[in-house]
Design a protein around this ligand. Structure first.
Ligand SMILES: Nc1ncnc2c1ncn2[C@@H]1O[C@H](COP(=O)(O)OP(=O)(O)OP(=O)(O)O)[C@@H](O)[C@H]1O
Length: 309
């Protein structure tokens, strides 16, 4: 079965903003799907459309086989949501918030167990409004888990979390996925989703520019690589940015770091630098995830290069 399917999904805000543009997305049942894109790419808008918090300008949406506009309540009963910027404004403790969520969903979870799971066991009796940002995020995650949903939709779930919180989040996502839950989560950091996702979809300026596994994305980058050339002196002003196939060049102390689109570009860079500086060491790494993501989401709608899907 398909857990999420959108066809021709478009959302316009006013005359000028096309937040989501003709999106055709398919997330399989039981899959952990990372929804990636830079700020303003349309990730939250898509999530709000899936949950019928906002209505599309055009297109159709099915979640768990249910039409999102015809029967949103039925979808919400089976979905756990961690929205962006969850606010805890009522004078309730963490435990009381969770108890409220369990009652609302008519679930039978043990609030203490869920609080322990997200590492809030010792803070259960404190007012949630007084929690730190990361603690509030942990509580929002616990609320999303209530009722063992068939689908978890997490909007930037690691926002504000410390490394331990991120680790717990990953573990719980993996556990739930192993138990058959479909997980759809948005992020703007490719390396963050690499650890847990089966596939990723990359959004840019409202459009889906790639859908693949991380390995598949790497492959589609061809012979792209990051070159690190350590020189005798800081290698500034060498002009490698102007060479064909160079995507990005930065200087880190005495090391020039160059993202190259192809093996030919690597050779050109090495030759170019060796003619202008004393090169002491050369390291070539397969394309960094950041470089890949930057490449996929570079420029606007018109400048973007074609990427295989
Ligand atoms: N209610 C709204 N009214 C007008 N424009 C909106 C509204 N909501 C979103 N947008 C616009 O739609 C575009 C996509 O925004 P969206 O919040 O979906 O991006 P995002 O990918 O979630 O970004 P971020 O990573 O910053 O959370 C942006 O240009 C944003 O300004």
């Amino acid at each position: 079965m398909v857990a999420i399917r959108t066809q021709g999904l478009t959302k316009r805000f006013g005359e000028d903003v096309v937040a989501v543009d003709d999106l055709g997305l398919s997330v399989e049942d039981g899959e952990v799907f990372g929804f990636l894109g830079p700020n303003g790419a349309g990730k939250s808008t898509t999530i709000n459309l899936l949950l019928d918090f906002i209505r599309p300008t055009e297109g159709s949406i099915e979640v768990l086989g249910i039409d999102a506009q015809r029967n949103p309540a039925k979808i919400r009963r089976r979905v756990g949501v961690l929205p962006e910027g969850y606010g805890f404004d009522d004078p309730l403790t963490g435990r009381e918030y969770l108890e409220w969520a369990i009652r609302t969903k008519r679930a039978d979870d043990d609030p203490g167990e869920l609080l322990d799971l997200v590492g809030l066991g010792d803070d259960a009796a404190r007012l949630a409004g007084e929690y730190s940002k990361g603690m509030q995020q942990r509580l929002a995650f616990a609320i999303a888990l209530v009722g063992d949903p068939d689908l978890l939709i997490l909007d930037e779930p690691s926002t504000g979390l410390d490394p331990n919180g991120i680790q717990r989040l990953r573990e719980v996502v993996r556990e739930r996925a192993a138990g058959g839950t479909t997980v759809f989560f948005s992020s703007h950091i490719l390396s963050e989703v690499e650890a847990v996702c089966d596939r990723v979809g990359v959004m840019n300026a409202g459009e889906l520019v790639a859908v693949d596994s991380i390995d598949g994305l790497r492959e589609s980058a061809g012979g792209a690589a990051t070159l690190r050339l350590t020189c005798a002196r800081p290698p500034t002003g060498l002009g490698v940015e102007a060479l064909a196939g160079v995507q990005r060049a930065t200087v880190e102390e005495r090391t020039l770091v160059v993202d190259c689109a192809s093996p030919a570009a690597k050779v050109d860079v090495v030759t170019h630098v060796a003619e202008r500086a004393t090169v002491e060491d050369i390291v070539s790494e397969t394309v960094s995830l950041e470089a890949l993501f930057n490449d996929l989401t570079a420029g606007g709608r018109d400048e973007r290069r074609e990427v295989p899907q």
